[in-house]
Ligand binder design. Structure first.
Ligand code: C2E
Ligand code: MG
Ligand code: MG
Length: 723
């Protein structure tokens, strides 16, 4: 519904026109109006007044040959100025109150008001609904007049102009605004406000020029020229120029295209340029993105390498200690109180592999062994360095089975190596943190290694420190006083006669009872104090052997020595002195040294053994097979005998591989001119086999266990009598 619109005043007849053409003895007329009342009239901040009224006023003045001057001001001042004769004409709505103050020409337009408010604010369909609300109006404006006359409790907020009234609604200072529709609709759009017209148009009012009542000539003149303007089409030309803005409506797309057609070409050009530029930019972005992606990939790869390095052993690439602990922690999180067995595994004498075959072979051996552990199905595996591994399983672990499976020879590219292992196990149900479990497992491994056992389950008695410290303290106090030399006979498997004996130390400890050498010898060796034991054992051995010889039962006695005895002490001088002291003979005494003892400092050990040979004391390589040295390498040392370790001999009956090793060793030893002693024979089948393959001497529980001297003496006599 179009409420506003031009209003054609009654056109004066030509007769009237001819009769009295009003004249005005002036060169200009001052029109006044509001500064902010678009599209009727307004004054941009730095520009000339503009608007439909301005054009109309100019046209009327021009038509009469005079000048129109315009003064834009605050609306209430404009009315004041007109009333006091400071300006000549002010266009405005006609109201009763204004009629009393001014004279009005015929109306030339009419407009409406409406109520404006927030879309989500209170509703007001008609003026009466404004009761109790704050309402913004233009100060001294028509709406202000009407509200004042309404005499209702309406909080009337008189603002400077329409824009100010709209801002009051927008900022929430006023609930509504009551404003002239034409200007308001346009300003809402221009200002981008979220304000709606909430009532239908109200108060259709005629719009006309108001003239000061004291200027009748001016009134007549204006009335006349307005009528002429209507008659000659001047008014309608001006109206047409402003029609779009006066009859404001929301623009459609076609309006926009029509109105802005002049902009389309530059916009299209810009779009083309933008698309060219954006193509360039896109290529740049793509290049840069690709570079960033590459950098990111490199960085991720570096991070992966770092993460891998942090979790793997550098040489072997096997999961390391941290990796193992992390995995155990994960298992513990999943099953906080489930069974967990941590097994420490030491690949014994890996240093010997390094010394003998080099680093590459040692690394290959470790990797192959790591693969073997993985194949066994352990749930966590870690390589701890120096030949030590740790594995964990949530299932019960049978150590014998593990040993059997993982000790088969490792086939490397150029050779086959028999891994020599010690295992330590600890079971847990969520009591210990992973680090503690690992420590306990390693403690058990050390105990197994020291006692030369294949495996050892953890128990608190194995704790090395307190145990070692206490034993050492006792050793310092009592020396070898409580120690005993036990003797284990050695036999010729063909004749069954005793050919000698091995002296094995025992410690009759006042608190702990009888201690086996595996419990204290490694501690004394590690602490560098074994020499006193060696001295004492040699002394005992020389005395006993001499006694046996003197009574007609010759029985050379073998004593175990440590590398330390040769390297740190005058072993040969001591032996010579002992032989002299007891009138012993060099062939009463034999020495046993382990493979590790031999290769610790091979040159110095070789020299010492050479001197022993010169004085007539024979030496044997003890525990052969537990290290990695080849027999031909060991035969290079001045030794007369090789003692095959009990771990091979004891399993000969049931394990074909062990049987083969022993047979080949005996054969090779003979070829190298060495005598062979097999230790650890526990049944007669083994003895039969050893005899059959040509082993010269057999030592083992099947014949006799190590026994105290008195017992041995009786045993020896009995043997001799029986034979
Ligand atoms: P070893 O020199 O190899 O001694 C042989 C070990 O095998 C002895 O253990 C002996 O009891 C054990 N044995 C002998 N026959 C059998 C058998 O048929 N079955 C089994 N299962 N074992 C058998 P022992 O007396 O416990 O000695 C352990 C190790 O302690 C010795 O191994 C030796 O390395 C060391 N040792 C013993 N006495 C001395 C000593 O006076 N000085 C030094 N430095 N080490 C010693
Ligand atoms: Mg021995
Ligand atoms: Mg041995």
């Amino acid at each position: 519904m179009l409420i506003g619109g031009p209003l054609a005043p009654p056109v004066a007849s030509s007769a009237d026109t001819d009769a009295a053409i009003p004249t005005l003895e002036r060169e200009s007329i001052v029109f006044a109006g509001s500064r902010g009342y678009p599209p009727f009239e307004w004054q941009p901040p730095d520009g000339e007044p503009r608007g439909f009224l301005i054009d109309l006023e100019d046209a009327l003045a021009e038509q009469a040959g005079i000048t129109a001057r315009h003064q834009q001001m605050e609306w209430r001042l404009a009315l004041y100025a007109l009333e006091h004769g400071e300006v000549d004409v002010v266009p405005m709505f006609i109201s009763e109150e204004r009629r009393r103050r001014f004279r009005f020409t015929d109306p030339f337009y009419y407009v409406t008001h409406a109520i404006y408010g927030h879309p989500q604010g209170p509703t007001a369909g008609e003026v009466i609904d404004l009761t109790g609300h704050s309402v913004a109006v233009v100060g001294n404006g028509y709406a202000a007049e009407r509200l004042r006359a309404l005499d209702r409790p309406i909080d009337r907020m008189e603002m400077e102009d329409i824009a100010a009234a709209l801002r009051a609604v927008d900022t929430g200072k006023a609930d509504f605004a009551l404003l002239a529709t034409h200007t308001t609709r346009r300003l809402i759009a221009d200002m981008g406000l979220m304000i709606d017209q909430v009532s239908p148009p109200i108060w259709p009012r005629a719009y006309a020029f108001g003239v000061n009542k004291d200027q009748p000539e001016l009134f007549d003149w204006l009335q006349y020229h307005l009528q002429v303007s209507h008659a000659n089409g001047g008014y309608y030309r001006i109206y047409s120029d402003w029609e779009d803005q006066l009859e404001w409506h929301r623009q459609t797309l076609s309006d926009v295209l029509r109105n802005y057609s002049w902009l389309i070409a530059p916009i299209l050009t810009m779009l083309v340029l933008i698309s060219l530029w954006s193509g360039l930019l896109q290529r740049r972005v793509e290049t840069r993105t690709a570079a960033l992606r590459r950098a990111l990939r490199r960085r991720r790869a570096a991070e992966r390498r770092l993460a891998h390095a942090a979790m793997h052993h550098p040489q072997t690439g096997l999961p390391n200690r941290a990796n193992f602990l992390r995995r155990v922690t994960q298992i513990r999180k999943q099953q906080p109180h489930g069974d967990l067995t941590v097994v420490g595994i030491r690949l014994n004498r890996i240093e010997d592999v390094v010394l003998t075959f080099g680093d590459t072979v040692a690394t290959e051996l470790l990797q192959a062994f790591g693969d073997r552990l993985a194949e066994y199905g352990f749930e966590a595996i870690g390589y701890l360095g120096s030949g030590s591994f740790a594995v964990a399983s949530q299932h019960p672990v049978d150590p014998e089975h593990v040993v059997d499976v993982i000790t088969s020879p490792v086939q490397l590219e150029e050779m086959e190596i028999d891994p020599q292992l010690s295992l330590g196990l600890v079971n847990d149900r969520g009591d210990d943190p992973p680090e503690e479990l690992l420590r306990k497992a390693r403690t058990a491994v050390s105990a197994a290694t020291e006692c030369r056992r294949c495996w050892q389950a953890y128990h608190p008695g194995l704790e090395p420190d307190q145990h070692a410290v206490l034993l050492l303290r006792d050793y310092w106090h009592h020396g070898t006083t409580d120690m005993l030399a036990y003797l284990q006979p050695q036999f010729d498997p063909i004749t069954g006669r005793v050919t000698g004996a091995e002296a094995l130390v025992r410690w009759q400890h006042p608190q702990h009872g009888m201690l086996l050498p595996g419990v204290f010898i490694p501690i004394l060796e590690k602490s560098g104090v074994i020499y006193r034991v060696t001295q004492w054992m040699i002394d005992e051995a020389v005395q006993l052997a001499k006694q046996f010889r003197v009574v007609g039962h010759p029985c050379p006695i073998s004593v175990n020595i440590a590398a330390d005895d040769i390297l740190e002490h005058d072993l040969i001088g001591m032996i010579e002195a002992t032989l002299n002291r007891h009138q012993g003979r060099a062939d009463d005494l034999r020495l046993e040294i382990t493979e590790t003892g031999l290769i610790t400092e091979p040159d110095r050990v070789r020299q010492a053994l050479e001197r022993l040979r010169q004085i007539g004391v024979e030496c044997a390589v003890d525990d052969f097979g537990t290290g990695y040295s080849s027999l031909s390498y060991l035969s290079d040392f001045p030794v007369s005998t090789v003692k095959i370790d009990r771990s091979f001999v004891g399993k000969m009956g049931s394990h074909q591989r062990q049987h083969t090793i022993v047979r080949a060793t005996v054969q090779l030893a003979h070829e190298l001119g060495l005598r062979v002693v097999a230790e650890g024979a526990e049944d007669w089948d083994t003895v039969d086999t050893l005899r059959a393959i040509g082993c010269e001497v057999v030592q083992g529980f099947v014949y006799a266990r190590p026994m105290p001297v008195a017992e041995f003496t009786a045993y020896l006599e009995r043997q001799l009598q029986e034979s």
